[in-house]
Design a protein around this ligand. Sequence first.
Ligand SMILES: *[C@@H]1O[C@H](CO)[C@@H](O)[C@H](O)[C@H]1NC(C)=O
Ligand SMILES: *[C@@H]1O[C@H](CO)[C@@H](O)[C@H](O)[C@H]1NC(C)=O
Ligand SMILES: *[C@@H]1O[C@H](CO)[C@@H](O)[C@H](O)[C@H]1NC(C)=O
Ligand SMILES: *[C@@H]1O[C@H](CO)[C@@H](O)[C@H](O)[C@H]1NC(C)=O
Ligand SMILES: *[C@@H]1O[C@H](CO)[C@@H](O)[C@H](O)[C@H]1NC(C)=O
Ligand SMILES: *[C@@H]1O[C@H](CO)[C@@H](O)[C@H](O)[C@H]1NC(C)=O
Ligand SMILES: *[C@@H]1O[C@H](CO)[C@@H](O)[C@H](O)[C@H]1NC(C)=O
Ligand SMILES: *[C@@H]1O[C@H](CO)[C@@H](O)[C@H](O)[C@H]1NC(C)=O
Ligand SMILES: *[C@@H]1O[C@H](CO)[C@@H](O)[C@H](O)[C@H]1NC(C)=O
Length: 397
Amino acid sequence: MLGKLLITSLAVMGAANAQRNPCSATSTTVESQADLDALQSCTTLAGDLVLGTNLVIATINGIRTIRGDLIAANCVDLQQLTAPELSSIEGKFNMTSLTVLNQLNFNSLRSVGEIYWQTLPALSNLGLAAQVTQAARVTITDTILESLSGINLVTTQRFNINNNRYLKEVKVQLTNITDSLAIEFNSPSVEASFPNLTWANNATFRSCGSVELPSLAVVNGSLGFFENTIETLSAPKLTAVGTGTEGGDITFANNDALVNVSMPQLQTIFGTLQFVNDSNVKEITGFPELSVVHGSIDISGDFENATFPSIRDIRGGFNLQTTAEFDCSEEFDRYEGSIVKGKYVCEGVVTNPGTEGTDPTKNGGSGSNKKSSAGKFTVNKSFAALPALALFAAFVL
Ligand SMILES: *[C@@H]1O[C@H](CO)[C@@H](O)[C@H](O)[C@H]1NC(C)=O
Ligand SMILES: *[C@@H]1O[C@H](CO)[C@@H](O)[C@H](O)[C@H]1NC(C)=O
Ligand SMILES: *[C@@H]1O[C@H](CO)[C@@H](O)[C@H](O)[C@H]1NC(C)=O
Ligand SMILES: *[C@@H]1O[C@H](CO)[C@@H](O)[C@H](O)[C@H]1NC(C)=O
Ligand SMILES: *[C@@H]1O[C@H](CO)[C@@H](O)[C@H](O)[C@H]1NC(C)=O
Ligand SMILES: *[C@@H]1O[C@H](CO)[C@@H](O)[C@H](O)[C@H]1NC(C)=O
Ligand SMILES: *[C@@H]1O[C@H](CO)[C@@H](O)[C@H](O)[C@H]1NC(C)=O
Ligand SMILES: *[C@@H]1O[C@H](CO)[C@@H](O)[C@H](O)[C@H]1NC(C)=O
Ligand SMILES: *[C@@H]1O[C@H](CO)[C@@H](O)[C@H](O)[C@H]1NC(C)=O
């Protein structure tokens, strides 16, 4: 009984305290516009502001800074959210599952600790007139946003834009992304453009229509391109990918439209360079300065030409398997045992070219052109023992 009384009186005291100074509460949940208006005099709100699930049109008047988070989650009736004076949210700006939200007006907002927006199926435009120029992390997923105009960051830790099916352009002035960059599963033609990006820790591009990285100089982690519809990828300033301790790969996988990759200044890859299932890549000749690969070179596909004229050290393996006729002896056979420290495989006229670790003879290769050109294919005694499919491929080509 005494305990209960104590708790009650503490609660009363707490409430009285909050009433005296609503601006300093660690968390305030508002259920109505009247609740929001009661906070009008708070230029700075010390804690979190949580929007209740009954709000339909909500206006945050008066508040300029929220020291904590601004959370609007599962407010299924919320249609409009406005905060004319709010310029800074130091914590998270969390908007999650706001199924009918169609207007956002945060026209003074410049700085956010973390943008986390998920499942906003009715919001096609951002109302961020002042532009958000600072956000340590940005995740925008499952929205119908058509553009990210209003988000204009220079540096951030994480920039993850995925599953926004109407998003046609991601163009930001980011210069550094210290943790990860991921543009994935947006509109299939999305143009990803990072004109000022010089340094990224880890970058992944998936299902993009174009990727522009004209200033990118260093990637500390991995750089990956998956299932894009890009035709050309050029990273003219890129010099190194990965670090000695963590590795770091460059991967091109399943980019059906890709024709040309050019990384004219790339010298070092701390992990593996891989091309796999890029059916329109006919030449892999865009790495003229590549000299050291700490992992492997693993290229499989339909290419007719591949050259690495500056290569001097491949610490892992070398795997080249292509459906095309390919003369390994012209450049690559000399790599075996000297430049390549791991396993060496090079073969043309392979029906189903495979990645490192697969045996080209099991992928429909003849196994006989190791030291000679498939083009100069000569009938070998063991030819008769070849699988029918490989035989067929050999005759067709
Ligand atoms: C956003 O807020 C909701 C409700 O509080 C919470 O469940 C969710 O985990 C939050 N998301 C993030 C990324 O903090
Ligand atoms: C970006 O990263 C580079 C390399 O770490 C650093 O020299 C530069 O100062 C950073 N730029 C900004 C704007 O943070
Ligand atoms: C980005 O690059 C453009 C063109 O080079 C330049 O005008 C702009 O000032 C740069 N922005 C930043 C933030 O560096
Ligand atoms: C780093 O990038 C690679 C390739 O782009 C990707 O597979 C991996 O998931 C990324 N890791 C992180 C932590 O973002
Ligand atoms: C990036 O790599 C460079 C060179 O290895 C290293 O000096 C730097 O600390 C790394 N940065 C991060 C954030 O890992
Ligand atoms: C590939 O791109 C580079 C640089 O953009 C260009 O110089 C080269 O001619 C292109 N090659 C092909 C085959 O398109
Ligand atoms: C390449 O394509 C084949 C056949 O579609 C598929 O089985 C394989 O998983 C793909 N490889 C990669 C690395 O995506
Ligand atoms: C392969 O590419 C190199 C460099 O671009 C070029 O010099 C050579 O003529 C090409 N060879 C064939 C057979 O296309
Ligand atoms: C014939 O094929 C066998 C088995 O694939 C191979 O070991 C041998 O070197 C080939 N001979 C010639 C002349 O290509």
